[in-house]
Design a protein around this ligand. Structure first.
Ligand SMILES: Cc1cc2nc3c(=O)[nH]c(=O)nc-3n(C[C@H](O)[C@H](O)[C@H](O)COP(=O)(O)O)c2cc1C
Length: 225
């Protein structure tokens, strides 16, 4: 029996957003792999189901998870594989006028003027909440920087999945200004830190369709040495 994680216990997971209709998996192959049989019952494998129905939402509504709703998801995302448990990442919430300051930083980093600058400044306003993902490399003899970045990226992937699974729309975005001086300064990055982009988060619009994705041939992607 696995002991409950006290951190997860203290941050109970949020209820799913009722705006989201859970998408039933209709594909026969998916059905085959998303269930497992016990002696008397068929059990849905919830992680596999969540991954299968995940999608990014480029358009979201003005609803956003509260900080209190985000915290248990951050606890869960921190369970990502992490060599040496260095926690080489941190996240920043940008809401309200903080998003405007990000738009100003984009413009400062660009050569845009006039209507182009106004358009660029409005980019961060596409979602009510942006979560900046910062890779924060720790000093380590054992764990290379790239390994630490992989853990940080894993946190972002898990968090988008968890947000999606909780009924929120999310999309990981970067753009050409993510690693520019004005953007670095806005996020108060230390010398050991780099931005990996922002998770744009908001409500799922009513009538939003399930994501469409070309299925892959796993034989091409999983070979044997
Ligand atoms: C590191 C990273 C940066 C990304 N940056 C952008 C971006 O700036 N603009 C964009 O349209 N998609 C970007 N994407 C892709 C979207 O997050 C998303 O995966 C893509 O639109 C496909 O949608 P799907 O996740 O529903 O398949 C990025 C993805 C990753 C992992």
């Amino acid at each position: 029996m696995v002991e409950p994680d006290p951190l997860v216990e203290s941050y109970p997971l949020v209820e799913p957003n009722p705006l989201v209709e859970l998408v039933e998996t209709t594909n026969a192959v998916n059905d085959m792999v998303s269930t497992s049989s016990t002696s008397s019952t068929t059990v849905l494998r919830p992680v596999l189901a969540a991954v299968q129905r995940r999608r990014s939402h480029s358009k979201v509504t003005a609803l956003a998870p509260t900080r209190a709703e985000l915290l248990p998801l951050v606890v869960a995302a921190a369970r990502v594989p992490d060599h040496g448990a260095l926690r080489p990442w941190r996240l920043l919430e940008l809401r309200g006028e903080a998003r405007e300051r990000l738009g100003e930083a984009f413009v400062a980093a660009s050569t845009c003027e006039g209507s182009d600058a106004i358009k660029l400044a409005g980019k961060p306003l596409r979602a009510p909440l942006l979560i900046a993902v910062v890779a924060a490399r720790r000093v380590s003899d054992k764990v290379a920087g790239w390994e630490q970045d992989a853990a940080a990226a894993g946190v972002a992937h898990l968090l988008t999945l968890l947000l999606n699974d909780s009924g929120w729309g999310a999309m990981w975005r970067t753009g050409p200004f993510v690693r520019t001086a004005p953007v670095r300064a806005l996020h108060c990055l230390e010398a050991n830190e780099e931005l990996l982009g922002w998770l744009y988060v908001g409500g799922v619009p009513a009538g939003s369709k399930p994501g469409v994705r070309m299925s892959i041939n796993p034989e091409e992607f999983l070979t044997v040495l």
